[in-house]
Design a protein around this ligand. Structure first.
Ligand SMILES: [Zn+2]
Length: 144
């Protein structure tokens, strides 16, 4: 029997695409992730018109680290906590940086700033209820 799959953090990520879910200000086009639903946070904009959007699924590594301690929300980690490689990935079109774990088996020694990565879906943890899915970043293999 195929286990039930569900998103570890509802509203951040659609594993069926897969893509991160954000919002964009209709007035100034500023993009928010996690999705901002009340009003634009651009200090020069007073708009409350925000539209849902999916974020780019490719970006470039802006910074990375070995996460020896659990990062703050919206980041979700396995319990018990297992250290992993964490990357801040810049999405050029949106002009934002999104944190994410590196895909299974990818360590900091395989990363460099400016490297292109793509969004993938992996199981974060499993329990009796379901497999809980999260987004991760995986280096794009330019050699095919
Ligand atoms: Zn705005």
């Amino acid at each position: 029997m195929t286990p039930v799959q569900q998103v570890a953090v509802e509203g951040f990520f659609d594993p069926t695409i897969p893509a991160l879910l954000g919002t964009r200000c209709v007035e100034c086009a500023t993009v928010f992730f996690p999705a901002e639903e009340t009003s634009c946070r651009n200090p020069h904009c007073t708009s409350t018109a925000l539209e849902a959007m999916t974020l780019s699924t490719r970006g470039t590594v802006w910074s990375y680290t070995d996460a020896q301690y659990q990062p703050p929300p919206p980041y979700v980690a396995a319990d018990p906590y297992v250290p992993f490689a964490l990357a801040a990935v810049e999405l050029e079109k949106e002009g934002i940086v999104v944190l994410g774990q590196l895909a299974h088996g990818i360590g900091v020694d395989q990363l460099s700033v400016g490297m292109e990565v793509e969004l993938v879906t992996e199981v974060l943890y499993s329990d009796e209820e379901a497999e809980h899915l999260v987004w991760k970043w995986r280096p794009v293999n330019n050699n095919g």
